[in-house]
Write a protein that binds this ligand. Sequence first.
Ligand SMILES: Cc1ncc(COP(=O)(O)O)c(C=O)c1O
Length: 412
Amino acid sequence: MREILGGEFAESFGIVFQRYRREDEGVIDLDSNATTAMLPQVVEAMLPWLSGNHSNPSGSYRSAKLARKAIDEARGHVADLIGADAEEIIFTGSGTESVNAALHSLDKLCGKGAAVVSSIEHSAVLRYVESRGREVVIMPVGVGGRIELDFLEKACGTAAYVSVMSANNETGVIQPLSELVRIAKENGLSVHTDAIQAVGKIPVNVRETPVDMLSMSAHKLHGPKGIGALYLRKGMPFFPLLMGGGQESGKRSGTENTAAIVAMGEAARLAKAAIQEGAPVQISAMRDAFEGRLLEKVSGCLQNGDRDHRLPNTSHLSFDGCDSAGLLILLDDAGVACSAGSACMTGKSKPSHVQLAMGIPEQRAKTSLRFSFSRLNTPDEALEAAEKVAKAVEKLRRVQGHGVGPVVIYTS
Ligand SMILES: Cc1ncc(COP(=O)(O)O)c(C=O)c1O
């Protein structure tokens, strides 16, 4: 494997992995909520299905049956990560497709009434519900970025179904999902959760929190891009989004991407092991060291979102007076990869809908950056990154302090 990948290796949680190196050698990757690097074990698991066995898993010959067996094993690993049964997992072409398939089905299944979602959902949810012609009720969040439960109680009377995220992609704030599910169920409503940021980072269990559907994406947990999964509770009626050859028990037609599915299974298996071995605690220690250093060292640095209900890997910070677009350029130059708002919004100067929904003033929202760690980061990197961020803030403030109008930063 090392021969295939080349480069420098390190070990964490018993996993040998390739140190993060992109074209830009030495970059510290603090953008794991956008995507994660594939683990070598994941690449290794998928290789035989890329260059060895190319059979259609629906075939009747031996090599096809092997592909089917590999898909079923992967289904078991994904189910295991969220406490589901293998038959409850449907593979999809992305996290976005998983979300759209869930909402499509709920839309067909549920009679009159509103789609109830939160104001901080990912665009995969917001754009879909807006396109249906059904009334959409948006639940507000408090200053900490958590959904207000009182609002759901009131909205239930006119609701058809509920879709809320498990954890937010920008702030990392974990939502009160168990209470939301309880309220929805008491009112006879079906619930979908976009758990794309939560799965693989914190324990998720669909038996303890009995949602009807849950969306996941492999590339957020060290698997490949372009593969996701939908958990569909046993007995829950389902109307497929994609119809055709009847793959995935008729719930998602299209010839299966065996390599990507096998890789997602391996990523799920490794994520479960890492969570059991204490990865969330170790990642939050790195995040807290990074954040603590900045809050202490940099004046006008503020943390956004509920501190006590956060993914262990995410730090969302504002830097008073610093335009986040300028900071991103300086940090890119210094070798730190991170995001302003969500990755999908980088490059737009508009503050994100998530920050505005939390009541963060527009001026402050434009100075926010998201730093997101993974188990491939090291404690040394976390501190080095904090120094680099502090320097970038100081430099930008110095330049902006001259009051010369729009800032142009020339990078080396
Ligand atoms: C909360 C959330 N939902 C949905 C998605 C979309 O997932 P994918 O990139 O796999 O389509 C993302 C990805 O950024 C996300 O963070």
